[in-house]
Design a binder for this molecule. Sequence first.
Ligand code: PLP
Length: 238
Amino acid sequence: MSAATKERRAELAAHLEAVRARITAATTAAGRADEPSLVVITKHFPRSDLDALVEIGVRDVGENREQEAAAKIAEGDGLPPGVRAHFVGQLQSKKAGAVARWADVVQSVDRSKLVAGLARAADREGREITALVQVNLDPAAAGEGRGGAAPEDVLALADEIAASSLTLGGVMAVAPRDADPDPAFARLAEIAAEVRARHPGATWVSAGMSGDLEAAVRHGATHLRVGSAILGSRPPQG
Ligand SMILES: *Cc1c(COP(=O)(O)O)cnc(C)c1O
């Protein structure tokens, strides 16, 4: 292993440890017994970083662009057994089949067309895919391309996923930009509870990123999606 590789691995390990400490502290502060799972978002960073993360114990990795992820994961060496690949980005319907080739979890399902496309592709590929309904918590951002189903459409979409060959995992959301994340995550928790009332197995609440994971933990997040706090800052527009 080269000195640069070693140094990068040590840096990632230190950042990972710091993030895990934040999660533990937030879990304790929230009076929760269960610590949320960590999904490390590797977008914009090379396959070598992903491999280093797996070596130091990361078991869930996420990407937000289909092409980049396919190159890094599907056309790379695949992922070692036991490591799950998550897709967290905006997805064009025609790319659903491509994502279904490598993703174990698609966190960003926000319309019917995607349910049908993913289910068809999962059947064809013989793969089991967990799908989360992405909820738009920021009405002002509707149509801005950040994605997410309107809160009033979430239950119908969850029903559709549950009736398909996909596994309904629960819900996912990104807090509104430049706003207090607490009310948004509180709203997400309510929506998640409504979904769970109909689909008891749909226990996932994916919320919280590098900047707001503490708020997400306070509001019951079961999965956190952390990128820059572990990998470093990305070029603008990620
Ligand atoms: C990039 C990304 C993250 C991680 O964001 P950081 O602020 O880098 O931690 C989480 N969720 C989604 C949907 C993302 O695209």
